[in-house]
Design a protein around this ligand. Sequence first.
Ligand code: NAD
Length: 471
Amino acid sequence: SSSSSMSPSSTLPYHTPAEIDEIHERLLTTFRAGTTQPLPYRRHQLLQLARLVQDNATALEDAVFKDLGKPRQEAAVAELGNVLNCCLYDADHLEEWTKPEKPQVAAWRSDWDTTVYRVPKGLVLVIGPWNYPYILTLGPFMGAIAAGCTCVVKGSELAPATAQLLADLFPKYLDPHAYAFVNGAVPETTHLLERRWDHIMFTGSSKTGRVIAAAAAKHVTPVTLELGGKSPVVIADDADIEIAAKRVLYGKLQNSGQLCVSPDHVYVPRNKQDAFIAALLKMYKTFWPNGPFHEGSRWGNIVNPAQHARLRSLLNRTKGEVVIGGYFDGDKRIAPTIVKNVKLDDALMEDELFGPILPIIAVDNLEEAIHLIGTQPAPLVIYAFTSDEVVKEKLLELTRSGTLCMNDTVTHLAVYEMPFGGQGDSGHGTWNSKYTFDAFTHLRSYVDIPLALEPKLSDRYPPYTDEKYHA
Ligand code: NAD
């Protein structure tokens, strides 16, 4: 079709509007036939997804290396390992999660059959970003399988090698009548959004999140929006500076800073700024003894030249002092960069950084850090380094974020037994394993009022008399 574009670095075209319509129709028919509901079917499809990942681990790592230069160690652990573990965990918990619930009802209703069924919402849509192209598409997708939905997954056009590989592998492992991987960019996604879905789970930028929410509203479709933001780190007075520096730098280096929960910037007590920076520099030299661009450093790329240019421009405009880094090779990589004495009105504080730049902001005390955090949109996560219970309580009470993570960065994402999601500008709704299942599940109340109870109900029928009113 003429309105469909060619993907930039693959030989296969994006899905055409006609193909998208055909897929939508096919998956809707399958859902209505009840095919995806039996638990053995769901379990089989979840295990097939696990097999897809296991059989093709090397090709999947190759593809994400091609797209992002993502180090294999990061792809294996943060992406493929997580997908595999969650598939097996979900498959093991299907009975428990889908068990109908018998609520405690008032005594006079105890003869009624009252049951809450956990039923699939229907045909659902998952839209994913490029930065973690496996866990952020397949993670939501496996929740749709677990819930008994049929599902279209739309990968990101900015990670074309991974998207194409998933599009090729999907029909080889998964029921093509129930699930499809769609390739495309904005026009294709816009076309998808014109169709009716029973839930949309979107992971991406806050800007696009608003487009998705508006499109969903036309069909009154519920949405889960996993968006971005500037996740701050608070270094408290009592923090172990060495461990804090190591763990912050570790979180920042993941995917070269292109991570939704990347520690965006750091609030450090003014009298600790020098010590903290010294500790960061020490770790920097341990992590990259020959510099980040040395081959052995396995330092990944910025996704594309436009993003590279955006980050370079921020470095040009910052009024902070670059302590280390600040250089780049062509338009592929940017060295991990630490910038100190950054103020809140600095270029680096305008938007989610989404790159390997770490601004350090000196504050007088914890209260100032909490105040400054409050002036910003609610982030996906707030990190804090402290062992002081009073500090922890203050952060719990006086700040807002999707997650509050103490004494580490990024790793909380691996706790798939907990919900993951944002608040305010960083999105709404949660996902991760059981919580993804919940997002794609409708709580359907079922009531059966026995005919034999008719005599007990006589007072509710007209004629409405005073006698019945006072009964
Ligand atoms: P993006 O919003 O540009 O794109 C995400 C998806 O939306 C892609 O599939 C893209 O094709 C589609 N899309 C883009 N523009 C669209 C439009 N106008 N209409 C319809 N569809 C459109 O995001 P991105 O650059 O791929 O990802 C980076 C962003 O995602 C960052 O802001 C990051 O914080 C956020 N993110 C959030 C999470 C989370 O779990 N909350 C995880 C990873 C990334």
